[in-house]
Design a protein around this ligand. Structure first.
Ligand code: B12
Length: 487
């Protein structure tokens, strides 16, 4: 073995997606795949899923005795990721530290130039090849600053980066170190006893949504794995690790219609034994409406589409190339196929008012998704939207950039009012939505009941949703519907 590398997730929590389960750190599984293939001994410590503290993490680093420690970060988790690397430096100043993920990819200069930064290097963009090339150089005692995708400090101590690495030419060939995970940690709570995974079938997004980071991160060029390689991986996850449900990490898995059809055919004939949850574009659902029954047969149980706003004006500002009617139609098709439909609305822009938030809840109910999320706009500092809302940004604490906390202050509301209205929006939506429980199919009803209980017990909405999970504290009509549904 060349050297020992410990990869960690930051111990950050904001209680939204996490409330539904524990999620495998796919970023690290991919980064580790490249390192293992290059001959490194790699350990993954998923502090996020284990709910460990920074003190536990420091203890873990000490016990593991690594030569290098790597961490992953999005904007919300970057403060914790930096604290993890600070722990590594406290354990031994000889440990080399590196950070990857979307936030450091764009904000490498700020991270490396922060006084006392414990980060030696940033891996920008795809990490499978850059990671091992960086460490190979360091072990050989050479400069790593000319390695494509690496940022670090030059001989004067100033932050410096070479060119970005071109996209991996063939995604099918990228290694993933699934064997490093402790699989019993990962479950999707609405399916008791399940083992869950996240995997990728494509990378990139051809849209230009101004609030999102992903089209910038992967580039607008969409790349995909072959249907065979993707379905083989699902079969392997089921066979070797018992995975029974998986989320696709893809931004838009359905871009290439022929590929998507081939994937559905393979899933239907080979039955990998893994249920699938995915996100895609409303346009693609409408385009493929004749295939909805096949999607269900292929094991797709949950589809998320980003409606984002009920206002065409806001959608245009977001550069979301989608019509509100298309979203409504897509949700109808998903529901009709017996698949759970989920969407989210991004609220709290400068022109938001309590009334416009309430109108969004009404629109959400009219769109009729099974699940709706009402999130606060988080202007990632590298997003196109950032400059439009910059004058309204009231907090620079990245830990708040989690779509739960209001970062932007609308003209007519305080941030606290935005947060209060958004949690109220959840309660209002689910109260009304649950009244239709008895009209749902048995399977969907069971799922919705489980999700509602989770929102009421595990999420940041606990207080707002109190009583929704057990039937107490809710209007009589909703309580009756729940009891009837449970009969
Ligand atoms: C899976 C996922 C999750 C999982 C994360 C599980 C985990 N531990 O990784 C869960 C469900 C927990 C989650 C939660 C959240 N998420 Co999330 N999530 C995603 C999703 C769907 C896929 C991410 C992924 O795995 N991509 C595939 C991997 C392979 O790509 P990657 O992470 O970029 O990793 C590559 C490189 O970045 C690099 N790399 C990354 N890390 C490292 C580390 C090292 C050492 C190296 C060398 C390289 C390296 O190499 C990797 C391979 O090439 C994306 C959306 C999307 N479609 O991408 C959103 C996304 C990342 N999430 C997002 C957000 C906002 C959140 C939440 C705040 C939402 C919420 N309010 O609940 C929380 C925060 C976490 C928490 N604990 O509360 C945003 C982040 C936006 C931003 N720019 O900051 C995204 C982009 C969604 C969006 N479109 O806005 N999420």
């Amino acid at each position: 073995m060349k050297a020992k590398v410990l990869l960690l997730t930051p111990p950050y929590h904001c209680g939204v997606v996490e409330s539904a389960g524990t999620w495998v750190p796919l970023s690290l599984v991919c980064a580790a795949g490249g390192l293992v293939k290059a001959g490194y001994e790699v350990e993954i410590y998923d502090a996020m899923s284990l709910f460990t503290t920074h003190a536990d993490i420091e203890e873990k680093i000490r016990a593991s005795r690594p030569d290098f420690v790597g961490c992953t970060a999005i904007t919300a988790t970057v403060n914790d990721a930096i604290l993890v690397l600070a722990s590594a430096k406290r354990v031994s100043s000889r440990i080399g530290t590196f950070l990857g993920g979307v936030h450091p990819t764009f904000m490498w200069k700020e991270i490396l130039e922060a006084p006392g930064s414990p980060v030696d290097f940033v891996v920008r963009g795809e990490g499978e090849t850059t990671g091992p090339e960086l460490l190979d150089r360091l072990i050989a005692g050479k400069t790593a600053l000319d390695v494509p995708g690496v940022a670090g400090r030059d001989s004067e101590g100033a932050a410096a980066a070479g060119p970005l690495r071109p996209d991996a030419p063939v995604l099918d060939l990228l290694p993933a170190a699934w064997e490093l995970l402790d699989w019993k940690t990962y479950t999707f709570r609405p399916r008791p006893g399940s083992i869950s995974a996240i995997l990728s079938s494509s990378r990139g997004c051809e849209q230009a949504c101004s609030f999102c980071s992903q089209q910038k991160f992967w580039g607008k060029h969409w790349r995909a794995r072959s249907p065979e390689s993707f379905v083989n991986e699902l079969e392997r996850l089921n066979r070797d690790f018992g995975v029974s449900i998986a989320m696709l990490s893809d931004e838009t898995p359905t871009v290439d219609r022929d590929r998507w059809r081939r994937i559905l055919d393979l899933l239907i004939t080979r039955k990998p034994g893994v249920e699938l949850m995915l996100e895609t574009r409303a346009d693609d659902i409408v385009r493929d409406k004749a295939w909805m029954a096949d999607m269900r047969r292929a094991g797709i149980v949950h589809i998320y589409i980003g409606v984002e706003s009920q206002s065409q004006k806001t959608l245009d500002l977001f550069k979301k190339d989608q019509k509100v009617e298309t979203s409504r139609e897509a949700i109808r098709l998903i529901n009709e196929a017996g698949i759970i439909s989920e969407t989210a609305f991004v609220l709290g822009m400068p022109d938001e008012t309590p009334e416009s938030i309430r109108n969004t809840v009404k629109a959400a109910l009219d769109y009729n998704p099974d699940m709706a999320f009402f999130m606060a706009i988080a202007p990632w500092p590298y997003s196109d939207l950032y400059k439009d809302v910059e004058p309204y940004i009231e907090t620079r604490d990245y830990a708040d950039y989690n779509l739960v906390k209001a970062v932007v202050k609308p003209l007519a509301m305080t941030r606290a009012e935005v947060e209060k209205e958004l949690t109220g929006a959840f309660r209002e939506f689910y109260m009304k939505r649950l009244q239709g429980l008895d009209k749902m199919s048995g399977e969907k009803r069971k799922y919705m009941m489980a999700v509602t209980r989770l929102l009421a017990s595990h999420s940041y909405l606990k207080d707002q949703m109190k009583g929704l999970g057990d039937g107490k504290g809710m209007p009589e009509s909703v309580r009756k519907a729940l009891l009837k549904a449970e009969e």
